[in-house]
Design a protein around this ligand. Structure first.
Ligand code: CP
Ligand code: NVA
Length: 314
């Protein structure tokens, strides 16, 4: 009986570890559902779709947006979210990821994890019978990109195709997901980063295989030219702190400022996954300026993740 149940759940469960775990059609469906959930929330309509369901949230790294938005999402759905700091659960004392995944599958209906190494989230998914969501790894941040795409559609209602997305900064986890997501949705992707900070070849190859059109330059103005979206992220990601001094020097000419915006389309939207280091990768003037959609983008994390957990956990 247990085994049959287990097999049944395993056959049905879907994990989202990479943005490529979702097709273009699925992403459009999620964005539609997210918009609907956003309207319902603003209207105060009840949405108790996950009553009595529990989501585990393992964090190996700090978080403001991801933690709060997932937790509130479960509250809105009438369910429960458990914050599990990796230092406070037995994983921090050497219990294996495999055992943790098996055990948590007996209690929970879904799991999200923010991890140091992408391998951890892959293993959690492999040994869980519940859906597993990557809430940021060193390689990808798919939940971020769903909220970002929702925001882009709110401003560029004709859709993604034909848009130019300029990534100014490190070829990091968020960049990887944005690159792959853009390839899936048909956006042109222009990366400006100092030499040596490009996304790994593996991600460039994946984007190519998805039919993605992308360019890489070390001149931010070339990437920003006629852009519809300018996106930046911190120069020193969580886990890269040892390289801080070198990175701050290498990225000094990669700031998103008013001069850079001058190269883009007049209706360019400026995005940042946050947290921002104001005065480094982005100026106050741009972050708080008329082209910035950064705070709506942060709010949309909630609505987009609600759509995602509903798809995976309902
Ligand atoms: N953008 C993002 O994931 O923010 P947090 O690190 O605060 O969760
Ligand atoms: N690239 C950043 C994103 C934070 C949401 C980091 O990994 O720290």
């Amino acid at each position: 009986m247990n085994l049959a149940n287990k097999v049944g759940v395993e056959a049905m469960k879907k994990d989202v570890l990479s943005i490529t775990d979702l097709s273009r059609g699925e992403i459009y469906e999620l964005l539609k559902s997210a918009t609907d959930l956003k309207e319902k929330r603003k209207a105060g309509e009840p949405t108790e779709f996950l009553k009595n369901k529990s989501l585990g949230m393992i964090f190996e790294k700090a978080s403001t947006r991801t933690r709060v938005s997932f937790e509130v999402a479960m509250t809105d759905f009438g369910g429960h979210a458990l914050y599990l700091n990796s230092n406070d659960i037995q994983i921090g004392r050497g219990e294996t990821i495999e055992d943790t995944a098996r055990i948590l599958s007996g209690y929970l209906h879904g799991l999200m994890a923010r991890v140091m190494s992408h391998e951890t989230v892959v293993k959690l998914a492999e040994y869980s019978t519940m859906p597993v969501i990557n809430a940021l790894s060193d390689q990808e941040h798919p939940c971020q990109i769903l909220g970002d795409f929702m925001t882009i559609l709110e401003y560029k209602q004709h859709g993604f195709e034909g848009l130019k997305f300029a990534w100014i900064g490190d070829g990091n986890n968020v960049c990887n997901s944005a690159l792959l997501g853009s390839a899936i949705m048909g956006m042109e992707f222009a990366i400006a980063c100092p030499k040596g900070y490009e996304p790994k070849a593996e991600y460039l190859e994946k984007a190519r295989a998805l039919g993605g059109k992308f360019t890489i330059t070390d001149d931010p103005k070339v990437a920003a030219k006629d852009a519809d979206v300018i996106y930046t992220d911190v120069w020193v990601s969580m886990g890269d702190e040892a390289e801080q001094e070198k990175r701050l020097k290498d990225f000094a000419s990669f700031q998103v400022n008013a001069e850079l915006l001058g190269a883009a389309k007049p209706d360019v939207i400026v995005m940042h996954c946050l947290p921002a280091r104001r005065g480094l990768e982005i100026t106050d003037e741009v972050m708080d300026g008329p082209n910035s959609v950064i705070f709506e983008e942060a709010e949309n994390r909630l609505h987009a993740q609600k759509a995602l957990i509903l798809k995976l956990m309902r």
